[in-house]
Design a protein around this ligand. Structure first.
Ligand SMILES: [Zn+2]
Length: 181
């Protein structure tokens, strides 16, 4: 999971300046992801590229609203409002993921009652993730590799199935995101 802490953006009045900055995540010296964040009036715009294993790169770009609270000792503190529909929690850090959202949203269990197309696809994807020994949640990416006990052919078949499911779940999830216009 890539963490995007607002503390990195809120320094030196950067949020008010209207500029763009880039974050790069790395693991063991290898670059694992990057994101551009552009400051605007009352929100920031996240833009980055995302892809499932073996899939095409997809350009992601959407706004996240910023809220401010007054500090006890004066001044204000900035927060992200989680962009997932029906959430809007005030949080200091967003996590990605295919989509950046709060910790709570990434850990959400999807209720089986009143099941929408998205819920169903996401649950199927999670079942497959379980078979692959990957952590649950389509936001958690698909570069976890083959479980030691699994035959290569089985893995390739499941991974292809998963990629298709994830693409469908991602499409439905983009509709689900509450976008600021
Ligand atoms: Zn959330």
């Amino acid at each position: 999971m890539r963490a995007l802490p607002i503390g990195k953006l809120a320094t030196d009045g950067w949020l008010d300046g209207g500029g763009t900055c880039s974050f790069i995540w790395s693991r063991a010296g290898h670059r694992t992801g990057d994101i551009n964040v552009t400051a605007a009036e009352g929100h920031v715009v996240l833009s980055y590229r995302s892809r499932s294993t073996g899939g095409d790169w997809q350009d992601m770009k959407y706004p996240v609203q910023i809220d401010r609270t007054r500090c006890h000792l004066g001044g204000t503190r900035a927060w992200f409002l989680c962009p997932a529909r029906g959430c809007g929690r005030r949080v200091a850090t967003l996590y990605g993921g295919t989509v950046f959202a709060c910790r709570h949203c990434h850990g959400l269990a999807y209720p089986s009652e009143n099941e929408s197309r998205r819920d169903r696809t996401v649950r199927q994807a999670d079942k497959l993730r379980e078979r692959l020994d990957w952590p649950p949640g389509i936001f958690n990416g698909s570069d976890w590799g083959r479980p030691k006990h699994m035959h290569r052919a089985t893995y390739q078949r499941l991974e292809a199935q998963y990629d298709e499911l994830e693409a469908r779940a991602l499409g439905a999830t983009m509709d689900w995101l509450r976008l600021l216009k």
